[in-house]
Design a protein around this ligand. Structure first.
Ligand code: PGA
Length: 252
């Protein structure tokens, strides 16, 4: 039985004062012994602050991107090793905003996944189709291409301690959530693709849904057999919403 995970993706949001208020509010409601894992992925400059506030709590933390390099002359990059030093457990890799706005390719996302794993982080590898791709009936071929990039780079065994997030681009930040059935269908496809390489790895792999998850739809999404939690953007910036989403993950 896979346990559920709820991860907040703050994106390019936050301030020292705002982060503290938000995290203190989360800490009031999310206990240390936490049956559903909970984490926040924050902008890297805030990681030291977040660690100071969350250390020893039931909320883990992580970053939203990392370099494919470990160290050297790579201006502006942040390595997995640095994230580990700041206590990160997770790092988001290949988010659609990185792919579409910053031109990250499938190959680069796969390299970053490998870098994260090598550093000892749990990568959250994001995949998902655009609206045009879905309308053209290409959802499966896009997911296959994105997942295969990872399988080629590392083999199915690389997914043993990783997480996949299915985030249909048309549902991100739009308020338009995939239906529970649409999410489950995509998750089942991703799981099946990995199972074709390694059944055991596929069975234990957490696959999170992301795209306008909110308190009002989380329970229905999380009830689906292939949905193992959520990657939450906008709603993770509102303590009450994020706590309610995390609570929805407690219900089996
Ligand atoms: P959203 O973002 O919840 O604001 O749609 C999700 C994500 O991009 O991870």
């Amino acid at each position: 039985m896979r346990s559920k995970i709820v991860v907040g993706n703050w994106k390019l949001n936050g301030s020292l004062a705002g982060n503290e208020a938000l995290l203190k509010a989360l800490l009031r409601d999310i206990p240390r012994e936490n049956p559903a894992a909970c984490a926040v992925c924050v902008p890297s400059p805030y990681l030291a602050q977040v660690r100071a506030l969350l250390e020893g709590s039931g909320i883990a933390w992580g970053a939203q991107d990392l370099s494919r390099f470990d160290q050297g002359a790579y201006t502006g990059e942040v390595s997995g090793r640095m994230l580990v030093e700041l206590g990160c457990r997770y790092v988001i890799v290949g988010h659609s905003e990185r792919r579409t706005i910053f031109g990250e390719t499938d190959a680069l996302a796969a390299q970053k996944y490998v870098a994260a794993r090598n550093a000892g982080l749990t990568p959250i590898f994001c995949v998902g189709e655009t609206l045009q791709e879905r309308e053209r009936g290409e959802m499966q071929s896009v997911l296959a291409r994105q997942v295969d990039a990872l399988l080629h780079a590392y083999g199915a065994v690389g997914l043993e301690r990783g997480i996949v997030a299915y985030e249909p681009v048309w549902a991100i930040g739009t308020g338009r959530t995939a239906t529970a059935a649409q999410a489950d269908e995509a998750h089942a496809f991703i799981r099946g693709r990995i199972a074709a390489k390694d059944e055991a790895v596929a069975r234990q792999l957490p696959i999170l849904y992301g795209g306008s998850v909110k308190a009002a739809n989380a329970a229905e999404l999380f009830a689906m057999p292939n949905v193992d939690g959520g990657l939450v953007g906008g709603a993770s910036l509102v303590a009450q919403e994020f706590v309610a989403i995390w609570r929805a993950a407690l219900v089996r």
